[in-house]
Ligand binder design. Structure first.
Ligand code: ASP
Length: 441
């Protein structure tokens, strides 16, 4: 028998109807032995996610406001599922335990984690699987950094004792036994860690979309589905803003060479997207595709530094990096010429401190000139199919020229897997449509 790890996101476990679909999916393939669940998510537009309600409880506690009713809303959601699905788990006992702990003003990580905890207990009973808590399996150090190897070993040891189990996503604990969560959406990481530990054949990530699309559907009408994408391509795209999978979920799967398959609980017949080690594209349909996807985001600032004879001045770039480090700012790109270097930073990272950075550049680099270009959008066109192929950049630049888009910056990695262009924010959508049409349509 093979092993599949299946993680079900908030919308897949939001209520009895969704959980019935989830159960059917699990039972349809006996290899789906280890199930990781999120807390119940939104059931409809405008509904609340359990995790958000739990964080709100913490805010109430901190402000000495009554939180009983709020917690009751949470409890009612689970009880409705218990009744609808006819599961017997004595939820009241768990609610009492949590209520007792709430009186002691516990950490927000503890409170938030109870969404996954309660859900995993309920889903385990519904499926007839064992419940295995991740509190002692997912290990963080005292500073809250994930201890990858210790975690791997602990999960492997524990799950070797269980033929089938449901595990809560999102949290683990620090050495002193305190609950610690990942960042939001972190159940994806739990799933990847479990998949790595048990050496799964595949890590299925069930959500409410059928995988990745080649471009943002809010910009391109009916973009094509991506059926196969490599971990590397996905990094290039997710980094630019695609948000189906938590980006930290890629690393554990990639380490153990476990393919990730994004699937849709509402359309289980769709194959979804496979994320694999290498450029696979085994289907003939994908074989000839040059690009895999296009992604981007707005609001970057470019600081262009010019200094005569810069290329013969040693340590210039090192000093730029030192300044950014001192100011705690990440840079996205650093395109350079003989006497110029441009530093591309997101406005989010600059966080209102542009003047401070410019002063430092002025004082410590003594450039001949500094130009600041604001309101820049970056667009990454990504695909292994682009490498060693002539005419790809010509097609891309011609498409942008035909659309009347002025390119402010170009960056192509020598792997030839991506071309990044900087355009004015106002041209962002137009540029993405032009690139998509040129390569896909
Ligand atoms: N429930 C958590 C959140 O809403 C974690 C997750 O669903 O992955 O962020």
């Amino acid at each position: 028998m093979g092993i599949k790890v299946a993680k079900f996101g908030g919308s897949s476990v939001a209520d009895g109807i969704q959980l019935t679909k989830t159960k059917a999916i699990i039972e349809q393939d006996p290899d789906r032995r280890y199930i990781v669940v999120s807390a119940p998510g939104k059931r409809f537009e405008g509904d609340n996610k359990i995790t958000d309600l739990l964080y709100l409880c913490k805010t109430h506690i901190e402000h000495n406001l009554p939180y009983d009713q709020l917690f009751q809303v949470v409890a009612d959601r689970y009880m409705a599922v218990e009744v609808n699905l006819g599961v017997k788990v004595d939820l009241l006992r768990y609610f009492d335990e949590i209520r007792e702990n709430l009186k002691k003003n516990p950490s927000s990580d503890y409170i938030a984690s109870r969404g996954e905890y309660l859900n995993a207990i309920l889903v385990a009973a519904f499926l007839g699987y064992d419940f295995v808590d991740t509190a002692e399996l997912i290990k963080f150090d005292t500073k809250g950094k994930l201890l990858m190897e210790e975690t791997d070993q602990a999960i492997r040891e524990e799950l070797s004792k269980h033929e089938r189990a449901v595990l809560p996503g999102f949290y683990g604990s620090t050495p002193d036994g305190q609950i610690k969560t990942f960042s939001r959406g972190g159940s994806d990481i739990t799933g990847a860690l479990v998949a790595r530990a048990v050496g799964a054949d595949v890590y299925e990530n069930w959500t409410d979309v059928s995988g990745f699309l080649m471009a943002d559907p809010r910009i391109v009408k009916n973009p094509k589905q991506i059926h196969y994408i490599s971990y590397k391509e996905l990094r290039e795209l997710s980094y630019m803003g695609a948000s189906v999978l938590h980006e930290d979920a890629i690393y554990p799967a990639r380490m153990a060479n476990v393919p990730i398959n994004i699937r849709n609980t509402n359309h289980p017949e769709d194959m979804g997207t496979f994320i694999t080690a290498e450029v696979s594209a085994p289907s003939s349909e994908d074989e000839n595709s040059i690009i895999t996807g296009i992604a981007g985001s707005k609001d970057f600032t470019v600081v262009a530094l010019y200094k005569n004879m810069m290329s013969s001045e040693r340590g210039f770039v090192r000093r730029i990096l030192g300044i950014l480090d001192d100011c705690d700012i990440n840079f996205e790109h650093l395109p350079s010429g003989i006497d110029t270097v441009s530093v591309v930073m997101s406005n989010k990272s600059i966080n209102g401190r542009l003047d401070e950075v410019l002063d430092e550049f002025e004082a410590r680099l003594r450039p001949d000139s500094i130009d600041v270009i604001e309101n820049i959008a970056l667009i990454a066109t990504v695909g292994h199919g682009m490498s060693a192929r002539t005419g790809v950049s010509a097609t891309l630049f011609k498409a942008l020229a035909d659309a009347g888009v002025n390119i402010r910056m170009i960056d192509q990695g020598s792997s030839e897997m991506n071309i990044i262009v900087g355009v004015d924010n106002k041209d962002f959508e137009k540029a993405i449509r032009a690139i998509y049409d040129a390569f896909v349509e």
